[in-house]
Design a protein around this ligand. Structure first.
Ligand SMILES: [Zn+2]
Length: 317
């Protein structure tokens, strides 16, 4: 199972929450995945499409709790091998279907403008409802890439207005979303690891947050090891002049995070060497008041020695 479908399954299993939040979540799902159907006899119906059985079931439970109607579930098998099964929840009672649409900001009365259906922000002005709204949008039209590859979460909206609404709600949670138009859809996306984690936390996918944090921790450990290997491979021996050797050693200690743990005296020598790459020993010692040339020499040699020791230690382990 993908990271995305795992997260959705987790979310679909959360408690339905307060009535205000249930309405916000349902409205988002209708606006992102709902289709108006005209049933036999010209009756109005509503269909909700999803690739996740768990999401279809959650939607059915939300509709049942809010509108007291039992939706009907159908399944369509994927035609080709790669095509997934899809699930449909049908609301066949015209009165209930109209109420669901109305609450999602899709008004079927005479003044309804199909080009600009409004989802009244007032319905989602509480923080709890905003989180529920984002959860609904993600469940109906969201995907998240596997964090071992990269960090990308997106929600595909059907129109610009809905995309902008999602961006606004995300911004109210301090999430900076980007938008793009792809295959005639407005895609709202987050691409930074911290932002994706925050989003998952806000919508209640706490297991997904833990899973993602684990992957991130592993990655940062791997990066650290890579930095150490880089240090090991540094051309310490190839550098002929003393200043170059000292600077390579200091850069090495810096990369492995050892520099800030050194004594203030050694750190001062390191900072001076890096600040004045061309300076002679004499000039460097003059830049550090009260320090003799031999003391400066001693400190710089100590830095090179520490970097070498580190390299040796690495080789042995
Ligand atoms: Zn609420």
């Amino acid at each position: 199972m993908s990271f995305s479908s795992n997260a959705k399954e987790e979310l679909a299993g959360l408690s339905l929450g307060k009535r205000c939040c249930r309405r916000a979540e349902t409205a988002a799902m209708v606006r992102m995945g709902g289709t108006i159907e005209i049933l036999s006899g010209g009756k109005l119906g509503l269909r909700f499409d999803t690739e996740s059985l768990e999401v279809a079931r959650r939607m059915a439970a939300l509709i049942r709790s809010l509108y007291h109607v039992q939706g009907q579930m159908t399944m369509r098998e994927g035609r080709r091998l790669q095509k997934k099964n899809s699930f449909q929840l049908h609301i066949m009672e015209a009165g209930a279907a109209a109420s669901v649409l109305e609450d999602a900001g899709i008004h079927l009365s005479g003044d309804w403008d199909p080009e600009a259906p409004q989802l009244p922000d007032g319905r989602i002005d509480r923080p709890c409802c905003k989180a529920a709204f984002l959860r609904g949008a993600f469940l109906a039209a969201g995907t998240i890439s596997d964090p071992s590859g990269g960090y990308h979460l997106e929600i595909a909206a059907r129109d610009e207005e809905m995309a902008q609404l999602i961006v606004r709600v995300l911004a109210s949670h301090a999430l900076r979303a980007h938008t793009a138009i792809r295959r005639e859809q407005w895609v709202v996306y987050l691409k930074e690891g911290d932002q994706v984690v925050d989003f998952l936390g806000i919508i209640g996918a706490h297991e997904a947050v833990l899973a993602m944090e684990n992957v991130r921790a592993e990655k940062s450990l791997r990066n650290q090891v890579n930095r150490q290997v880089n240090c090991e491979n540094a051309n310490l021996d190839k550098t002929v002049d003393a200043a170059g050797r000292q600077m390579e050693a200091i850069a090495c200690l810096e990369r492995i995070g050892a520099l800030h743990r050194l004594s203030p005296a050694l750190r001062e020598a390191a900072e001076l060497r890096m600040a004045y790459p061309e300076a002679t020993l004499q000039e460097l010692s003059e830049a550090a008041p009260g320090l003799s040339k031999s003391a400066m020499n001693h400190r710089l040699r100590k830095l090179v020695e520490l970097a070498n020791q580190y390299r040796k230690g690495e080789g042995e382990s």
